[in-house]
Design a protein around this ligand. Structure first.
Ligand code: EPU
Length: 304
């Protein structure tokens, strides 16, 4: 692996439109602020450099992890021994095209939401407050009580692991399930919206924002909901009924505001957070016989 990684590093450094750093701590790139180092961190700035970098990694067999805003991931303290990729600049543009918004996968979903409001376009109100990138939102079918990404998504430009380009136009709107096949990398997405006066768009956005602010911890290091809601139930309600609010392992604690959120009090390791996740799942299984499934993506852990 070390020789392959060195070879990949040498090739990646020659890719135009991308920059490569070595042994970069991922804690600064995740909302939980924990996790070890990435062997390589590649910042891809153009479509061409995305394809070239993906090919280089494919050819050398070095694992690739595309990271969005890091707001739904737990990276192990041992880090990631392959290459972590982030999409920036030309890969993070937000453009209005008639009644559609075309976005690069590296753009924050919030930037698309703001653009829609400024352009008097309706269809993304549900997404107010979702912290991730467009690519991350597509790969998790991110959503709120008001809707999910699949509803307004019309097409995705994607790259496969050997650097092939494809367009996907059909999506199965399954709760918190990736809208693209495993292994595909989102390069850009297009949302079909419809014109509406901006006061109405704004008022729906305000409603989504106030529901979220009233029920979720604000201004702390979290990764949003830890577990998916089981069919017909709310993970937060089950966890709350187990008396888990405030439960802690090391520097990680279950939020007092919402029992499906874990807060890093400032000193948590990823091992603390993982142990707390396991404890929460065990308690709910013991009490209700319900197997909660993590919504957060676990990276670098043995089971993942
Ligand atoms: N509840 C409790 N105790 C708690 C938390 C919640 O009893 O500690 C109850 C609430 O009273 C409510 C039910 O559980 O009856 C559902 O709670 P809430 O309305 O807060 O919504 P949620 O299902 O926990 C989902 C998404 C959130 C999204 C909100 C608002 C999931 C796993 N989570 O939360 O998404 O922001 O709806 O639309 O689907 C995320 O995915 O990271 C995320 C934050």
């Amino acid at each position: 692996m070390a020789a392959r990684a060195r070879e990949a590093g040498a090739v990646l450094r020659r890719v135009t439109g991308a920059s490569v750093e070595e042994n970069v701590p991922l804690a600064g790139l995740t909302s939980w602020r924990t996790g070890g180092e990435a062997r390589y961190l590649i910042t891809v700035n153009t479509p061409g450099s995305l394809i070239d970098s993906v090919r280089a990694l494919h050819d050398t067999g070095v694992p690739l992890l595309v990271l969005g805003n890091g707001s739904n991931v737990l990276v192990a303290d041992s880090g990631f021994s392959g290459a972590v990729m982030r999409l920036k600049n030309q890969m993070a543009t937000v453009e209005v095209d008639g009644h559609a918004i075309a976005v690069g996968a590296g753009a924050l979903l919030g930037a698309a939401v703001s653009k829609a409001l400024r352009s008097s376009l309706s269809g993304l109100e549900f997404a107010v407050g979702i912290p991730g990138t467009v690519g991350g939102a597509v790969m998790t079918n991110a959503g709120t009580f008001a809707g999910s990404i699949a509803a307004s998504l019309v097409s995705v430009e994607a790259v496969d692991r050997s650097g092939g380009i494809l367009t996907v136009e059909e999506f199965e709107d399954v709760y918190r399930t990736a809208l693209l096949a495993d292994g595909l990398i989102v390069a850009a997405a297009r949302f079909d919206l419809h014109p509406e006066d901006s006061a109405s768009v704004r008022s729906r956005m305000d409603e989504v924002r106030s529901r979220r602010e009233g029920s979720q911890p604000q201004g702390t290091a979290t990764a949003g909901s830890v577990f998916k809601n089981p069919p017909g139930e709310a993970a937060g309600r089950l966890l709350d009924q187990c008396g888990l609010k405030g439960a802690s392992v090391g520097g990680a604690a279950v939020s007092d505001v919402h029992a499906n959120f874990i807060i890093n009090n400032g000193t948590a390791t990823s091992a603390d957070i993982k142990a707390l996740i396991d404890l929460m799942a065990r308690e709910v299984d013991d009490a209700f016989g319900v197997r909660l499934e993590p919504e957060v993506r676990l990276i670098g852990f043995k089971e993942s």
